[in-house]
Design a protein around this ligand. Structure first.
Ligand SMILES: [Zn+2]
Ligand SMILES: [Zn+2]
Length: 133
């Protein structure tokens, strides 16, 4: 087993962010998650400001994470599995709904998630403008 990364983990920020579109109020909400503070085998829930559940995250060994996202596009819950090393070293993962193909969430580096979220929000506002005309 290749476990050489233990020594280099301090180089990474172990906080990631997840931007998820709330299926209840439609807002794109950014949550910071500290991967190594997640309790083992306990589900961690994040709620939107509107009080509804956005997503659930679970890790059994702090290497693999399961994220269950309430999908705004198809009203189902989707499971995405991540490797912590991947999430922390890659930029931003865009999660899309397997049924509709729509992007429903972004996960990854805090700063980049915010950048992507702002851009996405802008695009969406423009899209809404177009639709409203
Ligand atoms: Zn909401
Ligand atoms: Zn979906």
């Amino acid at each position: 087993m290749n476990d050489t990364w233990g020594g280099e983990i301090m180089l990474f920020d172990t906080n990631i962010s997840a931007a998820v579109r709330c299926k209840h109020c439609g807002k794109l909400v950014i949550k910071d998650i500290s991967l190594f503070n997640l309790s083992k085998d306990r589900e961690h829930e994040e709620n939107c400001n509107c009080g509804k559940n956005l997503f659930r995250i679970k890790s059994s060994d702090s290497k693999t994470f399961r994220v269950y996202i309430n999908c705004i596009a198809c009203d189902k819950e989707h499971l995405y599995v991540f490797n912590s090393r991947q999430v922390l070293s890659e930029k931003v993962k865009i999660l899309s709904c397997p049924n509709s193909g729509l992007d429903i969430a972004f996960v990854g580096n805090k700063k980049l998630v915010r950048e992507v979220a702002i851009k996405y929000q802008k695009d969406l506002q423009e899209l809404i403008k177009v639709l409203e005309v």
